[in-house]
Ligand binder design. Sequence first.
Ligand code: NAP
Length: 247
Amino acid sequence: MKLRFSGHRVLILGGSCELAGKLAERLVVEELRPILACRDERGAQRVLSSLSAIPGRFDTARIDFADRRTISSVFGGIEGGPDFLVDFAQGHMETLIGASDPELVQRYFAENVSFRAEMLRTACRVMLRKKRGRMVFISSAAASRPNAGQGFYAASKLASEALYRNVGLELGSRGITSVILRPGYVDAGRGRKYMRSHAESFTGRMPLGKALSCEEVADAVTFLLSDNARFFNATAITMDGGLTAGK
Ligand SMILES: NC(=O)c1ccc[n+]([C@@H]2O[C@H](COP(=O)([O-])OP(=O)(O)OC[C@H]3O[C@@H](n4cnc5c(N)ncnc54)[C@H](OP(=O)(O)O)[C@@H]3O)[C@@H](O)[C@H]2O)c1
């Protein structure tokens, strides 16, 4: 199937993670222009070295979910604004609810929910100006089936899903749509670390016998960005090989 795209510039939040790098490589194949927005210079340097095979085919930008001023700078820095938004950004806080630090809880929700709501408001306004836009939020299968210690993670994903879902509901008729992807365990980032430390409990639990690869997630996100997937709007899709379908 030949994928069709309405637009060119793809703003990727959480641009420093491995999944974002693989997505950028995949988007370049489709002649799209990824803009990988990282929290700091260290992240940007990681992007430059991991994408050294495709120099000049992508940009980097800066967004820190702890600093509201970076919202206007990232959107204002993209001429004409982004046509697409892919949101991988997510802070780390895996802890039992009763054992959590109240200050960290406040900060976690400020960064991962409130900041995201404000960022989305700006993204909507920028996309409304050109009457088109497509957003993909990377949630997690843990939003509906968390492990112990993932209560804050699941809560922030569910709140963020609600925001993205409403964008598609409110603005679909004006050309702006959204979709949520809930991957299961991915061989990258936090998923890889978790699987390595709990290797024994994974054998036999994965219906397809393995975790997702970054390439598989990148292919799915690329499809979801395309016009071919436009009718996946204001909805969440689980991509976990069936892991969360049964007990
Ligand atoms: N790996 C899995 O198994 C799995 C499964 C399901 C869903 N996911 C989702 O996939 C996405 C990527 O996760 P990952 O585990 O693969 O890798 P990760 O390295 O944990 O990715 C998190 C990304 O969010 C960025 N980030 C965190 N706090 C930020 C802040 N305050 N401002 C700006 N950026 C910030 C990180 O930037 P820094 O590099 O600066 O920290 C990094 O780029 C996440 O949304 C995660 O929930 C992952």
